[in-house]
Design a protein around this ligand. Structure first.
Ligand code: GN1
Ligand code: MG
Length: 364
C-alpha cells in the first residue's frame, strides 16, 4: 500500500468520511513524520487534518504517551467550549491511535498558522510566554497521578549526570579524551545544575503537569495578528516542575544564537527576550507559584541548559545514538553551545532573578 492509500485508510479509521483529495508532507519537529490530509466537505468546502506517524524508536511507550495526551487535551477542551484547542481524533473503539505493526498513527485538527524558530519580535516572545503559562494554568487542577511517566527521569538532572559519567567510563566511541574540558566544566557545576532535582526530592518543589519541550516553535501563531493560538507537541507531557517549562523555553528562545551554532562563543542570553518571555509567562502563572518556585525560576534556565549539555555530551561519547546528527561533530557543537550559554547565565543570574521578581510583583 502506498502512502496515499495508507493515509486514506488511517483517516477512515479515524472516522473521517469526506471525499479525499490527497496529502502534503509538513515539516514539523525532528522526530515524527507529519502529513496534512485534505478532504472536501459535502457542501464543497475544503477541510484538512494532520496525520502523524509517531517515531516509536524515540517514544518507546506510544500507547502510554497517547493516553497522557488524550487526558490532557480533553481536560483543556472541556474548559474551553467553543474555543480553538488541540484535538486528537478517536477511532470507533475510542482510541486516539491506529497501530499497524511497524507504524503508529494519530490525527489532530489542522490549524492554519505560523511558527517561529528564532524570534526578535518581543511581542511574539511575550505571547509565547503567555501561551505556555496558560497551558500550565489550564492543567493546574489536573491530577498528576493520572499521567504515565513515558520517559522516566526525563528532567532528572542527577540521573542525566549519572548517565554522562557512565558514558565517559564506557567510552564507546573513544571520544572521551577529546572532551575532557567539557566533562570537567559540567562536573564542576553538578550540584548547582542538580538543584531543582534535589529540591523536588526533598519535597520543596511541587510536581505539576508540565509540557517539557517548551521550544518557541511549539506555539502556533495567528499569521495576521501574531497572537498565540495553541501549544502543540505534547509528546513529553508528564509530571514535572514549573522551572522545567520556564527554563527550557528561555534556553531555546533567549539564546542569541541557535542551539547548535558552531560559533558557540556567541551563545548568550538576550535579556530583552528573557524579560518579554518572563512577562508573558508570569502574568499567567505568578499567582499560583510557591516562594521556592519563584526563587529558583531564573536558576532553572541554567539547570535546563547544563542538563541538555550533559545529554548532548553523553550522546557524543556514546557515538550519536539518540539525537539526529548532521555531521560527526554535531553533538559536540551543541554541547559547547549549551556550555557557553550556561556560563553566560551564571554571569547574568542576579539580573535574571531581578527580572523574575519584578514580573511576579507586577502580576500580583
Ligand atoms: C529533543 O525532538 P525535539 O526537537 O522535539 C528532545 C528535547 C531537547 C531537544 C533539543 C524527547 O526535542 O528534550 O531539548 O531535542 N526531546 C526528547 O533540541 O528527547
Ligand atoms: Mg518535542
Amino acid at each position: 500500500m502506498d502512502l496515499n492509500e495508507k493515509l486514506l485508510e488511517v483517516s477512515r479509521l479515524f472516522r473521517i468520511d469526506y471525499e479525499y483529495l490527497g496529502f502534503e508532507p509538513i515539516q514539523m519537529g525532528n522526530v515524527n513524520r507529519t502529513y496534512k490530509v485534505n478532504f472536501l466537505l459535502p457542501e464543497g468546502t475544503p477541510k484538512s487534518f494532520l496525520v502523524q506517524n509517531v517515531n516509536t524508536y524515540a517514544f518507546r511507550n506510544p500507547v502510554g504517551l497517547m493516553e497522557n495526551i488524550d487526558k490532557v487535551t480533553e481536560h483543556i477542551r472541556r474548559k474551553k467550549p467553543g474555543q480553538l484547542t488541540l484535538h486528537f481524533h478517536h477511532t470507533a473503539d475510542r482510541k486516539t491511535y491506529v497501530a499497524d505493526g511497524s507504524n503508529f498513527w494519530r490525527m489532530t485538527n489542522y490549524v492554519p498558522s505560523v511558527t517561529y524558530d528564532t524570534v526578535t519580535d518581543l511581542q511574539v516572545v511575550r505571547n509565547a510566554g503567555a501561551a505556555f503559562g496558560q497551558f500550565q494554568m489550564d492543567l493546574a487542577d489536573f491530577d498528576i497521578h493520572e499521567l504515565t511517566e513515558t520517559i522516566p527521569g526525563f528532567h532528572n538532572t542527577r540521573s542525566r549526570y549519572e548517565a554522562l559519567i557512565r558514558s565517559v567510563e564506557a567510552n564507546k566511541s573513544g571520544r572521551a579524551s577529546q572532551v575532557r574540558e567539557e566533562i570537567d566544566f559540567l562536573l564542576s557545576v553538578q550540584d548547582l545544575a542538580c538543584k531543582l532535582t534535589d529540591l523536588q526530592r526533598a519535597g520543596q518543589l511541587p510536581l505539576r503537569v508540565t509540557h517539557n519541550d517548551t521550544k518557541i516553535n511549539n506555539v502556533l501563531f495567528d499569521p495576521q495578528t501574531n497572537e498565540a493560538k495553541i501549544v502543540i507537541d505534547l509528546d513529553t507531557v508528564m509530571p514535572g516542575l514549573m522551572g522545567h517549562d520556564f527554563g527550557d523555553a528561555i534556553r531555546f528562545a533567549a539564546n542569541k544564537v541557535e542551539e547548535d551554532c558552531p560559533d558557540f562563543e556567541k551563545a548568550q542570553v538576550d535579556m530583552d527576550v528573557f524579560r518579554a518571555f518572563a512577562e508573558g509567562f508570569l502574568a499567567k502563572t505568578a499567582a499560583g507559584l510557591t516562594e521556592t518556585e519563584v526563587d529558583t525560576l531564573a536558576l532553572s534556565c541554567f539547570v535546563l541548559t547544563a542538563e541538555l549539555a550533559t545529554r548532548f555530551l553523553a550522546d557524543y561519547i556514546d557515538g550519536d545514538l539518540y539525537f539526529k546528527v548532521l555531521s560527526p561533530e554535531h553533538n559536540l557543537v551543541r554541547t559547547r553551545c549549551q556550555i557557553a550559554l550556561a556560563k553566560d547565565m551564571l554571569k547574568k543570574m542576579p539580573e535574571m532573578e531581578q527580572v523574575v521578581r519584578h514580573c511576579v510583583a507586577a502580576a500580583k
